[in-house]
Ligand binder design. Structure first.
Ligand code: PXG
Length: 466
């Protein structure tokens, strides 16, 4: 590293510390340490201002489906920027990019989801979904149906309503949330069931039991007061928790029985991540509303959407009054152009099927083979190109470390040092690489992860993996 490069990094770090507040960060601690400045990216690799390369096992924040440096996406954006850099949809207007994207989504989405509204982030999409749910019940003449149910450990974003919907409780006290009318139900975290006092229950039975808890909650609140149930098909930021196979069928039955709208948050699970276009395809879910963001544009542009099933879609389309909602940038032409190209490439290259049949199983097998006997690894779980490795104190007992998050933090730091980006959620290491990752790159990811897990085991004085 040359002195000028280092000075440039220091300069950026100083300016960042002085003027930029980071999301989900302890500002004082971060400024003391100094941020890492990412200057470029290509394929599955990031490069920082010191010239260090990192294999991005997280696809940014679970979003860069097609990897970095995709020329076609860049060209699509540049073309739209020249042709129509902005126009809105408020004044009885539309534009070809937005129209084509809406129609393309209707074609790719699960049956029945035929209409979409656009927004700019996952949080906005979820906020919008909650408003539409309230509007729907108001239109039905059932204004008392107002309570939004969601799950413990869920992550739905950070606006006042999306944070209220989120079940990760540390997200609430700084902002006096949740708002009134948001209630939580337990979730289907089978690996943690023993530690949570459910005993030695099997996954299938646990899935049914947790779905029954949703019904109990609805009955306790009164079905006439419950508007909706929101859930990610797979918990993402809550620790990559995959549902037992009994869970989703039972949940859907409960929602139908009690006339509770089912809102599925596919911000992470959408666009090929699970080996199908949507997580709802993977788990056979038929949502009333679906929200999506991230992979919709491979993260190249901020864009999100709410898709509506027949019930809510028809109610709005036949309300014969103005729907008083919309953003300046709803359906932004440049974002729509990039998203449209993203979907075209994914379709042309058969990306969801590649994840489902080829590279996804390859990653899952490689991780299971590498970590089956690792002293810290209690479980490797995953679907498609989502994988979680649970680091535990006692494998046989499925017992977590006493100070939750410390070991995950140690491991995550080793990963950065070794040139691998993996996220630690509590003591679960998670991985969600670009969907374009190659087999040699998966091999490299697993090789680096193994070094880091071994270093973590050494730090803890545990035997290393042979
Ligand atoms: N729903 C889900 C399921 C998400 O994962 C959002 C909504 C909110 O999207 P926006 O675009 O408003 O951020 C998300 C976002 C992490 C992490 O560290 C995860 C997300 C965002 C930031 C960090 O895992 N997911």
């Amino acid at each position: 590293m040359t002195p000028t490069v280092h000075n440039q990094t220091r300069h950026w770090q100083a300016l960042d510390a002085a003027h930029h507040i980071h999301p989900f960060s302890d500002t004082a601690a971060l400024n003391k340490e100094g941020v890492r400045v990412i200057t470029s990216a290509d394929g599955v690799y990031l490069t920082d201002s010191e010239g260090k390369r990192l294999l991005d096992g997280m696809a940014g924040l679970w979003c860069v489906q097609l990897g970095y440096g995709n020329e076609e996406l860049a060209e699509a954006g540049a073309k739209a920027l020249r042709e129509l850099p902005y126009y809105n949809h408020f004044f009885k207007t539309s534009n070809p990019y937005t129209i084509d994207l809406a129609a393309k989504l209707a074609q790719l989405l699960p049956d029945g989801l035929d209409r979409v509204l656009f927004a700019n982030s996952g949080s906005e999409a979820n906020d919008t979904a909650l408003k539409l749910i309230r509007y729907y019940w108001n239109l039905q003449g059932r204004p008392q149906k107002k309570i939004h149910l969601s799950r413990e450990l869920s992550y739905h974003g950070v606006t006042m309503a999306a944070a209220s919907l989120s079940g990760l409780t540390p997200m609430h006290p700084q902002w006096d949330l949740p708002l009134a009318g948001f209630e939580k139900v337990p979730t289907c975290y089978w690996y943690g069931a023993k530690a949570a006092g459910y005993g030695d229950i099997g996954p299938a039975e646990f899935g049914e039991l947790i779905a029954a808890k949703l019904e109990e909650k609805i009955l306790e609140l009164g079905a006439d007061n419950v508007a909706s149930f929101s859930a990610e098909p797979i918990h993402g930021a809550g620790g990559l928790i995959f549902p037992p196979e009994t869970y989703w069928p039972a949940i859907q039955k409960v929602c139908r029985k009690h006339d509770v709208l089912l809102h599925v948050d596919e911000v992470i699970t959408g666009f090929g991540r699970t080996g199908n276009w949507f997580g709802s395809h993977t788990y056979g879910i038929a949502p009333d509303l679906m929200t999506m963001a991230k992979g919709l544009s491979s993260g190249y542009q901020p864009i999100s959407a709410v898709a509506l099933g027949e019930r809510v879609g028809n109610a709005i389309a036949t309300a014969n009054e103005e729907m008083v909602h919309g953003y300046t940038y709803s359906g932004h032409p440049v974002a729509c152009a990039v998203a449209l190209k993203n979907l075209e490439i994914m379709e042309r290259e058969g990306i969801p099927a590649r994840v489902g049949n080829d590279i996804g199983p390859y990653l899952q097998t490689a991780l299971r083979t590498a970590f089956a006997d690792h002293p810290l690894v209690g479980e490797v779980r995953g679907v498609g190109l989502l994988a979680a490795i649970e680091l535990v104190d006692d494998k046989a007992e499925r017992r977590f470390f006493p100070e939750i998050g410390t070991v995950g933090g140690i491991c995550r730091n080793h990963c950065f040092e070794q040139g691998l980006v993996m996220r630690a959620i509590r003591d679960t290491m998670v991985c969600s690489p670009p969907l374009t990752i190659t087999k040699p790159e998966v091999d490299e990811l697993v090789r680096l992860a193994k070094i880091c897990f071994d270093l973590t085991a050494e730090d803890l004085g545990r035997a290393k993996c042979s």
